[in-house]
Design a protein around this ligand. Sequence first.
Ligand SMILES: CC(C)(COP(=O)(O)OP(=O)(O)OC[C@H]1O[C@@H](n2cnc3c(N)ncnc32)[C@H](O)[C@@H]1OP(=O)(O)O)[C@@H](O)C(=O)NCCC(=O)NCCS
Length: 172
Amino acid sequence: MKIELKKPTMEDKDSIKAVCNAVDRTYLSERMPDPYTDESAEWWINMIAENDGKTGLWRLIMADGKHVGNISVELGQDVYRKDGEIGYLLLTEYWSKGIMTDAARQMVKLAFEKLDIIRITGLYYEPNLASGRVLEKIGFQNEGKKINGVVKGGKVYNLCITGLLKENFIGK
Ligand SMILES: CC(C)(COP(=O)(O)OP(=O)(O)OC[C@H]1O[C@@H](n2cnc3c(N)ncnc32)[C@H](O)[C@@H]1OP(=O)(O)O)[C@@H](O)C(=O)NCCC(=O)NCCS
């Protein structure tokens, strides 16, 4: 499967809405609107047009030309401004095919090229082993965890913290 990253435009509104409504949210934060409406997609596309390359990078994950997920690296603020946080989601039927490892490797490369950052942080809830594995495969190092750092859907999770330094990224 050919995995490519695409900057979203208004033409992608319908697929963005479909992907965001279908994705498994078990281990995602509650920041993404639920339900995800036309207005949610329009807001997101406009936000990207304004901020892409400045406060972060946001891309659609395309598998053989089909939109199957989203990925981003967002800059911290204030004293965290040289640290980007990676986030991603993928439609369930496309899991365990290596898609996110490929997409995240491309995204990390792009982020180190385009953003003025010295590291990227990857955060995941401890039971989300697949996400932890994706980060590990790209070279993110375990940096510890916040015990009971996350409350989601009536459950409490430890928040695992991983990081990749620019000088250690070997996917260049
Ligand atoms: C987490 C997620 C991005 C993984 O994407 P993916 O394309 O399936 O990941 P990949 O196929 O590239 O790699 C997954 C790795 O995890 C492993 N894995 C999958 N499920 C696992 C499980 N339950 N336990 C342990 N390892 C697991 C796979 O074997 C693979 O490792 P390997 O290549 O060494 O065999 C995807 O499941 C997802 O979008 N989930 C919903 C949203 C989400 O949780 N986002 C992340 C928030 S931090």
